[in-house]
Design a binder for this molecule. Structure first.
Ligand code: SAM
Length: 249
């Protein structure tokens, strides 16, 4: 075994151990709930655009985009564009390092605010970005994405729009089939299921009606996907526990 493989084997053992550590998990959950109440995820930027994510998930996405080397990323939920710029910048780096040179990211949002669109279109990464305005579950939007995904070799999907059960389940049915073997469908905000209901007083989603309930429903009839719990055990702090779905068949 070479030095890198030996190091990774040790890491793998440590990750399993930390995933089983009840105290660390409890502390992580308590820290997560408290930080969520402070709108922690709103306080970061990627290449100058606000990205509404926890840094741990951003690092996990970097690892996935590097290892999968997608030539298409489909993202629902653009907001200020930070995650779109992040994905585009990772595709740019992949291309510089021998990955697909024509890789692009499609972003879908029901409401692309003019100032956000202008900033995304003026960004140095804009040449890798296409935006579609409309509901991610509208048949005409789905048809457009499916048609533009034709011929793409490795597709990765990120769902981060409306976080209700019905909406996420509809997104999974529409977009998960596009995910390539070995790639991922990442369902953000599954953590809603694990948090106190009173943390979402002004949202249509809550425990029992969340991205995680949608994932569980979808997986009942889709054994071609499997939850990558290794990512959860590694991150511990994540908005997507049980939401990193790997296509295994
Ligand atoms: C959490 S934000 C996305 C954050 C972004 N992915 C990031 O990491 O910076 C959710 C976005 O989903 C959009 N949205 C809500 N309902 C939607 C729908 N039905 N279809 C598409 N986008 C929707 C909202 O307009 C909002 O911009």
């Amino acid at each position: 075994m070479n030095a890198y493989d030996k190091f990774k084997a040790e890491c793998a053992e440590d990750i399993v151990a930390q995933g089983k550590d009840g105290k660390l998990k409890h502390l992580s959950g308590a820290w997560f709930d408290r930080s969520h109440a402070m709108k922690y995820s709103y306080h970061f930027e990627w290449m100058g655009r606000p990205i509404i994510q926890y840094p741990q998930d951003i690092v996990a996405m970097q690892e996935l985009i590097w290892s999968v080397k997608p030539d298409l990323i489909i993202e629902t939920g653009i907001a200020h564009g930070g995650s779109l710029i992040f994905s585009a910048s990772m595709l740019e780096l992949n291309a510089l390092c021998g990955g697909p040179s024509d890789a692009v990211v499609f972003g879908i949002d029901i409401d692309i605010r003019e100032h956000n669109r202008a900033a995304i279109e003026a960004h140095p990464m804009t040449h890798r970005i296409s935006m579609i305005q409309g509901s991610s579950v509208a048949p005409e939007v789905i048809a457009q994405v499916v048609s533009r995904a034709k011929g793409r070799r490795k597709v990765l999907v990120c769902l981060d729009s409306n976080h209700t059960h019905d909406h996420v389940l509809a997104e999974l049915k529409a977009y998960a089939p596009l995910v390539s073997l070995g790639s991922y469908c990442v369902v953000f905000d599954t953590v809603v299921e694990d948090m106190p209901a009173e943390m979402f007083p002004d949202r249509p989603w809550c425990p029992g009606n969340s991205p995680k309930t949608a994932v569980m429903e979808y997986l009942k009839t889709h054994p071609e996907f499997s939850i990558d719990y290794g990512i959860d055990d590694k991150l511990l702090l994540s908005v997507a526990p049980g939401g990193y779905l790997k296509r295994i068949a």
